[in-house]
Design a protein around this ligand. Structure first.
Ligand SMILES: NC(=O)c1ccc[n+]([C@@H]2O[C@H](COP(=O)([O-])OP(=O)(O)OC[C@H]3O[C@@H](n4cnc5c(N)ncnc54)[C@H](O)[C@@H]3O)[C@@H](O)[C@H]2O)c1
Length: 250
């Protein structure tokens, strides 16, 4: 299976991550769905289309779980070409004034959204380094670019991701590993649709701020991720592409 393109998608069981996984599978990659819930079911659905897919139950905030997931990937497919660091807490977060966000809630969000991406990256790194190649795509958000209020813990977590994308790109470039990011606008993912409080408060504001004035769908995010992982982006690293229908321009 040495020639197979092997892609890990964290949080790939649903939402934006699932759309990304479906596309990589359709394009012929072997996909690993690494998710705290629904991983095996999602992988089974993808495998039923004829693609190679592995589901691994993985909590990205747990180092041992991340290492076990990376090991399971190498055991199944022999290599790791791309990591899509997509899993994160967003749709279940309540819009809260800065002064009312508790210390525990700050720590919970930073632990999953920042440490989680760091831990998964650390787990796949030895394999990518021994290959001398790899592409990492970190899921960010438009919120740190725009300065969205009432989600300060979340906005700070994604600002940290933008910073890590740049710094890690500098650190890993000589090892043949590229690190880029994608920053979607408010997207009608499964998680968002299941949490109406987010939709009611954010959807209209988000759509009005766009020059392409329609709902953003998970499928709208997929192309940027696939591109950044591909050889077409072989000379791109440390960049974060904003995919938001023209709400924010760098
Ligand atoms: N939906 C949006 O509006 C939006 C906008 C910008 C960025 N994002 C980012 O995109 C990513 C996906 O968002 P979404 O809306 O598709 O999410 P979602 O809630 O629809 O799905 C998230 C997936 O991540 C998994 N997950 C959560 N915590 C995990 C953990 N600790 N370990 C492993 N898996 C875990 C969940 O089980 C779920 O399958 C997140 O990083 C989010 O911050 C979302």
């Amino acid at each position: 299976m040495g020639d197979k393109n092997v892609v890990i998608i964290t949080g790939g069981a649903m939402g934006i991550g699932r759309a990304i996984a479906d596309r990589f599978a359709k394009d012929g990659s072997a996909v690993v769905i690494a998710d705290v819930s629904g991983a095996t079911e999602a992988a089974a659905e993808i495998a039923a289309t004829g693609a190679q897919a592995l589901g691994v139950t993985c909590d990205i905030s747990d180092p041992a779980s991340c290492s076990a997931m990376a090991d399971a990937t190498v055991t199944a497919f022999g290599r790791i070409d791309t990591l899509v660091n997509n899993a994160g807490l967003y749709s279940t977060l309540k819009l809260t004034e800065f002064k009312d966000i508790t210390t525990e809630e700050w720590q919970r969000v930073l632990n999953v959204n920042v440490m989680g991406q760091a831990l998964v990256t650390a787990a796949v790194l030895p394999t990518m380094q021994s290959q001398g190649s790899g592409a990492i795509v970190n899921m960010s958000s438009g919120t740190p670019f725009k300065g969205v209020p009432y989600l300060l813990h979340y906005v700070a977590s994604k600002g940290a991701i933008n910073a890590m994308t740049k710094a890690l790109a500098k650190e890993l470039g000589s090892a043949g590993i590229r690190v880029n990011g994608v920053a979607p606008g408010f997207t009608m993912s499964d998680g968002v649709k299941a949490n109406p409080h987010q939709i009611e408060k954010l959807k209209d504001i988000s759509v009005q701020a766009r020059v392409i004035a329609r709902d953003q769908l998970p499928e709208d995010v997929v192309g940027a991720v696939v591109f950044l992982a591909s050889r077409d982006a072989a000379f791109m690293t440390g960049q974060t592409l904003v995919v938001d229908g023209g709400a924010y321009f760098h």
